[in-house]
Each structure stands twice: as structure tokens, then as C-alpha cells.
Design a binder for this molecule. Structure first.
Ligand code: NAP
Length: 278
């Protein structure tokens, strides 16, 4: 049987994952097909049973199922265990094994934009949700000089800093804004600025230093209001397309053992979003 891959989440109608995975399968002349399945919360257990019964080779997991799915899998890889969330499932013989490629996907997209190793950088993560946790944990393993977290709900940021034994602190958004000059890299991981609230920013960049790299993991819009502000100040910027492609390429590799052409994946996403990456 042709291998079947997929995505489960809700909503999934506008997901670009089928476009990039099916294009990569075709590009590498691999047999297989990737389909997005909308799954309601109450149907998650049955959906996983269905994936198992139908012999699906691998699937991605997105909001709102990344944590809830863990109890229905046979094993959780270390990459997902430390994050407490799964974004990729691979069938290994009769077992369904959960992985997480979000943090590594972000790091893959960040590294080409850095002129120093992560260990020499002071980094601020804005936000303390699921994506922030993946990024925080992955960056922590690279031992940055400083790794702080600013979040609207301070208790969530406090929980993060227990995960890094190096220099780290939790700050409010207002405190972060006041001391932005302390950071070489800012990583915006909140949903603030996402379509349709495209004029919103989580904080002002007025005090960011001239050499600061401003990353926003949002990719719709390609250029958030925060990235526009950064550009207007002459700062370097990175949007969320690279992370999206990075995590997808790692999932694809887990399932097929092949590395997809990330540039081709990126051009598909940019074409769909009708823009040019900044
Ligand atoms: P999440 O777990 O729901 O976390 C949301 C975060 O946004 C929390 O820190 C929350 O703060 C903050 N937030 C929400 N509304 C806010 C507001 N009005 N003011 C200040 N902070 C606010 O979501 P997630 O899964 O981490 O995703 C977050 C964003 O990352 C989304 O835009 C998503 O599309 C994007 N993302 C991109 C990729 C990629 O591949 N590029 C991958 C994953 C996620 P509180 O804790 O105070 O609620």
C-alpha cells in the first residue's frame, strides 16, 4: 500500500502542510500521500486508533491536540518528553511513537541568521506558550549566555526558568521593554500580531540595540507589526516561515529517511501567503 501521512488538528482547513509534504514526496519520487484531518477533541482517541488500524505511517499533530495525544501513543521520544508535547508521530513496527520537531525546526531556521554561536548570546523569549517552551528548551541545550522569558501571565514564565541551569529570569512585558538593550536576540512567540489582528505588538522595540536580531515565529502575516517596527529601526529580522519549514523537514525526515528541499518548501509557502520573506 502507498504510505499515507497526515496531520490532525482543529482547524486544519488552511494548513499548508499538505502542500509542502506532497510536493516533497513528488520531488523525491517517493510513493505516498499526505492529508489533513480535522479532529474534534472528543474524537482524538478514536482518531489515533483509526490511524493505527489503517496503517498510517506518520502524522503531524497541531493545536489543540499536541499535549492530549501523548496518552494515546505507545512511546514518547526524549524530544517530546522534555517539551511535554508531540507534533510528530511515527509508526515504528506496531508502535506509534511521539516526537517533537518544533524547537529543532526553529533552531535550524535561526542559525543561518546568527554571526555568533548561541553560547555567546543574550536571548529574550517573548511568550510562554507551547511554541515558546519548545524554543526555550532547545535553546537551553545550546547554553546561551542569558535566556530570559517575558510573558503576560508571569507564573507561566516562572515555570520555564526552572528548565535552564544557566543565567535566566522571568520578567513582565513592561520590564522586558524597559531593558531590551540587554539582548542580542528577541524571539516573539505569542499570538499577538497574527492575522486578523495585524497591527498589534506585544511590546515596543524603542530600546532594542542596533545589532539586535528580532525573530517572530508568526508567518501569517509574513511581516508582523513587530517585524515592521524592527525593519524601520534598521534591525535584522527573521519571520516564522523558516521554523514552519524546519519542523516540517524534520518530520518528513523521520518518516521517509529523506531530506526534503527546504528552499522548494519555502517557495510554496511564500507563494500561498502571497509575499516575499523578510
Ligand atoms: P499558546 O500555547 O496558546 O501560547 C500563546 C502565547 O501568547 C502565551 O504566551 C500567551 O500569553 C500569549 N498571548 C496571547 N494573547 C496575548 C495578548 N493579547 N497579549 C500578550 N500575550 C498574549 O500558543 P503557541 O502554540 O505557543 O503559538 C503561539 C504562536 O506561535 C501562534 O501565533 C502560532 O501560530 C505560532 N507558531 C508558529 C510556528 C511556526 O512553525 N512558525 C509553530 C508553532 C506556533 P499568556 O500565557 O499570558 O496567555
Amino acid at each position: 500500500m502507498k504510505p499515507i501521512y497526515g496531520l490532525i488538528g482543529n482547524p486544519v482547513a488552511h494548513s499548508m502542510s499538505p502542500d509542502i509534504h506532497n510536493a516533497a514526496l513528488k520531488d523525491l519520487s517517493l510513493d505516498g500521500y499526505y492529508h489533513a484531518f480535522r479532529v474534534e477533541n472528543d474524537d482524538l482517541e478514536d482518531a489515533v486508533k483509526g490511524m493505527r488500524a489503517l496503517g498510517i505511517q506518520g502524522f503531524n499533530v497541531t493545536v489543540p491536540h499536541k499535549v492530549a495525544i501523548m496518552k494515546y501513543l505507545d512511546r514518547i521520544d526524549e524530544s517530546a518528553r522534555v517539551l511535554g508535547a508531540v507534533n510528530t508521530v511515527r509508526r515504528e513496527k506496531e508502535e506509534l511513537v511521539g516526537y517533537n520537531t518544533d524547537g529543532e525546526g526553529f533552531l535550524k531556521s535561526l542559525k543561518p541568521s546568527l554571526d555568533k554561536p548561541v553560547s555567546e548570546l543574550s536571548i529574550l523569549i517573548i511568550g510562554a506558550g507551547g511554541a515558546a517552551r519548545a524554543i526555550f528548551t532547545t535553546l537551553a541545550s545550546e547554553r546561551p549566555k542569558r535566556l530570559d522569558v517575558a510573558n503576560r501571565t508571569p507564573e507561566k514564565a516562572e515555570a520555564f526558568i526552572q528548565l535552564y541551569s544557566g543565567q535566566t529570569k522571568a520578567v513582565s512585558l513592561a520590564e522586558a521593554e524597559e531593558h531590551l538593550e540587554a539582548y542580542d536576540v528577541l524571539i516573539q512567540t505569542t499570538s499577538v500580531g497574527m492575522h486578523p489582528h495585524v497591527d498589534d505588538v506585544p511590546l515596543s522595540l524603542a530600546r532594542a540595540k542596533e545589532t539586535c536580531l528580532v525573530c517572530d515565529i508568526i508567518y501569517n502575516p509574513l511581516k508582523t507589526a513587530l517585524l515592521k517596527e524592527a525593519e524601520a529601526k534598521g534591525l535584522h529580522t527573521l519571520n516564522g516561515v523558516g521554523m514552519f519549514i524546519g519542523q516540517a523537514a524534520l518530520s518528513f525526515g523521520l518518516w521517509t529517511g529523506h531530506e526534503p528541499d527546504m528552499e522548494k518548501m519555502k517557495s510554496i509557502v511564500l507563494r500561498k501567503l502571497g509575499g516575499k520573506e523578510c
